[in-house]
Design a protein around this ligand. Sequence first.
Ligand code: SF4
Length: 370
Amino acid sequence: MTGLYIHIPYCHSKCAYCDFYSTPRRDSLDQLVSFLVKEWRMRRHELPESPSTLYLGGGTPSILSLEKLKELIEGVGNKSWIESTIECNPEDVTLQWIDGVRALGFNRVSMGVQSLDDDQLRFIGRRHTAHDALQKMEMLLQNGFNVSVDLIYGLPHQSIDSWRRSLDGVLSLHPHHLSAYLLSYETGTRLWAMLQSNKLEEASDEAVHEMYQHLCAVTASEGYEHYEVSNFAKTGSKAVHNSNYWNGSPYLGLGPGAHSFDGKIRRYNPSSIKQYLESISHNMTPFVVDAEDDLERLNDFIITRLRTNVGLQIEEITRGWGGELADAILKDVRPHLTSGMLVREGDRLYIPQRQWLRSDAVMRDLIRVL
Ligand code: SF4
């Protein structure tokens, strides 16, 4: 199965923690859609088969008008996708928007909520309140969408009680899917700058551990499957598009800052609207190619799989990289099997979900260096 990702690089404003490529300047918005469609026509042959999933991410795809969205969806071939997701922010969700995206065939909406504490929302630069977020979630659920919600934990000044309230509030509406991310201070973000200049304090390891354990416990008691370090799904609602990334399936990424993988080669579009538009207007593909070697591919595979509940199949390593390497890995993991950080069941090695946040030591011993 293959997927199509389209990056819409605009946001109303920049959130303090975010390093995704996006800009509040929208002067090229009208042009962008036709360029995305042109890029699709130029590059669709990179996929070995027609894509089954569509994911509109960003940035904030809900910034696009319904007319522009229609032009985009028709341009990439309006069809029945197995899963068709659009990311949105609460402030953009209206009944008209809901009707419009449903008419365009979207069956899944991923909404950035991040917190249900208004002080925290203001601090991280979100433009909605907790009340708005809950109201819009309800509207989406009542209108039959498969709804995924993003939350962040480990924020500065976030208490365990505040985290509990955010989780409880979101889960009380029973969304199909939850993505709960541990805050990371990415270079260049406002929070990173504040940390560098000692204007805030990182959450302690103990606080983060407690929040994560609470997250694992409460999602399990509400019937969610914890299938990737940050992702939780009700039965039948795992994110198909994102799961394919973790399975190593091919995907094509269109737009500034988008990545692609054809099964062998990774390609990266420039994180610059100007460069992107220039390349496409000259009928040139915009990407740079990363010729990943065998070891890098193996390391990617190990790291990605050990963050999921699928884990590593030794047989897959033998098949892809040879029996000698598989044997060496099995030797190196012995101490982690003894300590319980890693579990072996037949051919499968996995890290128990509750240890995923502390899996760095295991990863270090498993990844191969020249
Ligand atoms: S978190 Fe979402 S809305 Fe905020 S800047 Fe990043 S992409 Fe834009």
